[in-house]
Design a protein around this ligand. Structure first.
Ligand SMILES: Cc1ncc(COP(=O)(O)O)c(C=O)c1O
Length: 412
């Protein structure tokens, strides 16, 4: 006798909400009031809170330099420009990512070349990356999807062999670590986002980390209207714009940083526990974790759904049933190369640049991405991992309950 599903009129597993996001307190309030009263709301001679945050965040991520900007999308664009990547260049990106990874390339005039992902991790497949390299390839952008580090050993080795830049899109990977080192500056440089949903949140915000002083200096110029450090205010040496962070953002971010490690530990603990139980007790398969991943950032808890384990129930019906049990969940991305915005951007660039057959006219061949988007991907958000192990038990119980009654649901 299976329990009656909430979707079919039974009682839900859970009625209590999961922890709310963002978390804030007296630290944010005090920092905002101090910023208000200081009158220093934007750029200042000594950098103020922005400079303090840049240094603190870079240190937290094992990097020598940090350059704050106003969001993660812009961070990617600044990082590309700082490497002089633009018209006529190709940049390899995973096909399973947020659109900003692709549009950052298009906005600087480079073509994003979509690379398929690994079936277990949903991160860029290094073998597929290697095959996609052409003489025009200037950079690769591994995205640590959901906060799970990509295979940086192989990506770095292939990139070094071909002399291309490694720009980490760590916008979802605050605190994530590969072989004991935090992501971001494992490659040449990396970008973070502090948009509302992110694990460190200022509403909006972004930051570039690197160990390379010259690169850090170029990021500074690009983000500050192409100025140079000891130049005059109206002296513009590099093509850049105003991508500067405000002191308001930095004030919030410094306060958020004080609780970051505690929250990251809690996500890691709950994430590991949930992954183990789901894998052992249900048909959901959590993102596979390489043993070299020493910390998962857990911006998202991603699992793979296979209808065969659920009596053939399609994913959308499963998601609706799980939501009815009181468990927030979603299906995640669509293949970016199918989006009119991306296709239009690529067509426009190809028309503007002499591009003899360097980019396929047909859609990229990314079967794993297609499957992840159309059938498999299931997302839980980071704030759900901030509660107790009993909250995780509810998720497992709800998945198991829907699984047990999936045949019934299929017929309903
Ligand atoms: C993988 C990835 N790249 C880039 C971005 C862009 O960051 P932002 O929203 O701060 O512009 C995001 C944020 O949603 C992201 O998830």
């Amino acid at each position: 006798m299976t329990e009656k599903l909430a979707a079919l009129g039974g009682p839900p597993v859970r009625t209590r909400p999961f922890p709310a996001w963002p978390i804030w307190g007296a630290e944010e309030r005090t920092a905002l009031m101090e910023t208000l009263e200081s009158g220093d709301w934007g750029i200042t001679a000594d950098g103020g809170r922005i400079a303090t945050f840049e240094q603190a965040f870079a240190e937290t991520h094992d990097a020598a330099y940090g350059q704050a900007v106003f969001n993660g999308s812009v961070a990617l664009g600044v990082a590309l420009r700082a490497n002089d990547i633009g018209y006529g260049d190709e940049v390899l990106i995973p096909a399973y990512t947020f659109m900003a990874t692709a549009t950052a390339c298009l906005m600087v005039g480079a073509i994003p070349v979509f690379v398929d992902i690994e079936p277990g991790t949903y991160n860029m497949d290094p073998a597929a990356m290697e095959v996609a390299i052409t003489p025009r390839t200037r950079a690769v952008i591994p995205v640590h999807i959901g906060g799970l580090p990509a295979d940086m050993d192989r990506i770095e080795a292939i990139a070094a062999q071909h002399g291309i830049i490694v720009l980490e899109d760590a916008c979802q990977a605050h605190g994530a670590a590969w072989k004991g080192r935090r992501v971001g500056a494992i490659g040449h440089l990396g970008c973070f986002s502090f948009q509302s949903s992110k694990n460190i949140n200022a509403g909006e915000g972004g930051l570039i980390v690197t160990d390379d002083e010259a690169l850090a200096e170029r990021c500074w110029s690009v983000h500050n209207c192409g100025r140079i450090r000891d130049g005059r205010w109206y002296q513009h040496e590099v093509l850049g714009s105003n991508y500067r962070m405000t002191q308001w953002q930095a004030a919030i971010l410094l306060a958020q940083l004080t609780r970051f490690e505690d929250l990251a530990r809690r996500r890691e603990e709950n994430g590991r526990y949930l992954a183990k139980r789901l894998a052992q007790e249900t048909g959901l398969q959590p993102q596979e974790r390489d043993e070299r991943v020493t910390q998962h950032g857990y911006h998202l808890f991603i699992s793979r759904y296979t209808p065969v384990a659920f009596s053939g129930l399609p994913r959308d019906k499963f998601l609706a049933a799980l939501q009815a049990e009181g468990i927030p969940c979603s299906e995640g991305y669509v293949p970016l190369y199918r989006m009119p915005a991306i296709q239009g951007g690529v067509q426009r660039l190809k028309a503007a640049v002499d591009w003899p057959g360097a980019y396929p006219e047909t859609l990229p061949d990314c079967p794993v991405t297609e499957r992840a988007c159309a059938e498999e991907g299931i997302w839980f958000t980071q704030a759900m991992l901030l509660g107790t192990s009993a909250d995780m038990d509810d998720i497992v119980a709800a998945v198991a309950k829907v699984q047990a009654a999936s045949g019934e649901l299929l017929e309903a």
